[in-house]
Design a protein around this ligand. Structure first.
Ligand code: ADQ
Length: 519
């Protein structure tokens, strides 16, 4: 399915209900520049996925207004019509104070929930005052959504871990709203989750949803187990739903993806050739005579960037004959630099690149080229198409869109993907060379295997991976979410609040013993 068809489908499926998408990050950021205001579309898979959902039926997107010129272009309610050249939906911006942003975004979301949900041995930090601010900001989002949903039925599609309390707040205020949430990061196992000091409140918040989505089945299983142990609720493993307060929340896997066709088309555009020329100017044409390994990431301790550099270093030490024959190109976008752990990994990477280059470089060859910047979309595509081997070595990752973007961009049918087994994408991309990113020797071996792989095998694997991504694009993701919603809404709205005969039997057993399903 493609963009236009998907937009039309969403308009039909919403059946007249207003569509409201809610996320922390906005789809367009307005920044002040020397001669006015510039609208920037963040390079984000989430925006590609959600824009058609809100655009098709002319809905509203509620998000934090974070740009320096955001207030200059909105009305008194923080609203602006987008896209500016052909308005199709409304963006409603929420303004946060510096203190709110620190407590809710940098604090509770990214120093507590982010490390809690990613099992990468980074200790989460919990602070009661940040939790209070997180609650307060979730309430601010509730007020804005309620205003936007006034006067009729609405489907509210909430994104991610920044807004875990919002569903309950909305359901309490407007039980008629249809609420769906997608959790873009992993859900940890119950042992990892139990240290979260406000676990019951967080779970209760999420159980305000009618439908809750994760990337893979494993995260759904972890969520049900966590609920089973962490809060008074009836977990129905057979139908993958949880009853709390007599109402169900359905829990389902929806593996997110990319716009395969568009990325392929853009990959062949003149803008990508231009970016390739700029890279070659900066790095020297000589890089084309080497086998290029590449990485494209936000600088984040979950992405395994030091791990892959150390693997490359070990490969060079074990196979010194590869010197001058291989290069490593890392595009690294600075991210969340207000947080100490992110500053530390920046310093670590700088030292590591220096050390590896010092150890191996020759007069006319530099092994690692580390380009620290937020590159534009076309530059990212140029890097994907310049390399022979793309490395995704996340220590833990909900899905990882870089892997799928790389495959979509390789219209030439060549290229090797090295993929961490701890990404959601590893479930679908079985033709990648999969690695345990914690195992240094294995990383070096697999990088060497990629160097040696013949063209015929590379092409066979790439063809199968391309077919896989082409079958499951970002539009199939949106479609599956909406289809599932259509299936569950009739169950939810039956007058007895139950559903099938199975539900009735479960309800009866539950009334006799509320803990019967919490073994
Ligand atoms: P992220 O952790 O941000 O997303 P990912 O899915 O890899 O991770 O998406 C990163 C995006 O940023 C890609 O679109 C990529 O092209 C872009 N990007 C990376 N480095 C860049 C650079 N140097 N310059 C410019 N752009 C760059 C979260 C979860 C993931 C999940 C997604 C979507 O952590 O597991 O796949 O949401 O659900």
């Amino acid at each position: 399915m493609e963009l236009k068809e998907f937009g039309e489908y969403v308009s039909r499926a919403s059946g007249g209900a207003k569509i409201i998408v809610v996320s922390n990050r906005e789809p367009v950021v307005h920044e002040r520049i020397a001669d006015g205001v510039q609208a920037i579309r963040p390079a984000s898979g989430m925006v590609t996925a959600l824009e058609p959902i809100v655009r098709g039926p002319g809905g509203t997107w509620v998000a934090h207004g974070s740009g320096s010129a955001d207030r200059l272009v909105t009305d008194a309610k923080g609203r602006i019509r987008l896209p500016e050249n052909n308005p199709a939906y409304t963006l409603r911006r929420i303004w946060l104070t510096r203190k709110e942003e620190d407590g809710y975004y940098y604090g509770l979301s990214n120093q507590a929930l982010w490390p809690l949900c990613h099992i990468v041995y980074k200790r989460p930090q919990f602070s009661r005052s940040e939790w209070e601010i997180y609650q307060c900001v979730n309430n601010r989002f509730r007020d804005a959504v309620l205003e936007e949903a006034e006067g009729g039925p609405a489907i509210v599609f909430i994104q991610d871990y920044h807004l875990a309390l919002l569903p309950r707040l909305l359901k309490t205020a407007r039980p008629d709203l249809t609420l769906v949430q997608f959790w873009h990061i992993p859900w940890p196992n119950k042992e990892a989750f139990r240290i979260f000091p406000w676990g019951e409140e967080l779970l209760d918040g999420l159980l305000g949803n009618d439908l809750l989505g994760f990337h893979i089945q494993y995260h759904c299983n972890n969520f049900l187990d966590t609920v089973d142990r962490g809060i008074e609720a009836r977990v129905d493993y057979e139908h993958f739903r949880v009853y709390r307060g007599g109402r169900p929340t359905y829990v389902r896997p929806f593996p997110i993806s990319v716009d395969f066709r568009q990325i392929g088309e853009d990959g062949e555009s003149p803008r990508v050739l231009k970016r390739r020329e700029s890279f070659l100017k900066e790095l020297g044409e000589g890089i084309l005579e080497t086998t290029i390994y590449a990485g494209v990431d936000r600088i984040d301790y979950t992405k395994g960037i030091p791990e892959r550099l150390k693997g490359f270093d070990l490969m060079l030490r074990e196979h010194p004959e590869l010197r001058s024959q291989v290069s490593f190109l890392q595009l690294a976008a600075p991210s969340r630099t207000h947080i100490g752990a992110y500053r530390e990994i920046n310093d670590e990477l700088e030292d590591l690149v220096d050390e590896i280059n010092w150890r191996h470089q020759t007069e006319d060859w530099i092994p690692v080229r580390f380009l620290r910047a937020h590159h534009d979309y076309y530059a990212v595509l140029a890097a994907y198409r310049m390399c022979r081997v793309l490395l995704v070595t996340s220590l833990h990752d909900g899905m990882n869109l870089v892997a799928k973007e790389f495959i979509s961009s390789r219209t030439d049918g060549d290229g090797v993907l090295i993929l961490s087994q701890y990404t959601g994408a590893a479930r679908e991309l079985t033709d990648a060379l999969q690695v345990n990113p914690f195992d240094l020797d294995q990383r070096a071996d697999v990088m060497y295997e990629a160097f040696q792989m013949g063209e015929a095998e590379r092409r066979q694997r790439m063809e199968r991976m391309r077919a896989q991504v082409e079958r499951n694009t970002v539009f199939e993701w949106g479609l599956k979410v909406l289809d599932e919603l259509e299936k569950i809404i009739p169950l939810r709205t039956k007058p007895d609040g139950g559903g099938s005969d199975d539900d009735a039997a479960l309800d009866l057993r539950f009334r006799r013993n509320p803990f019967a399903y919490c073994a």
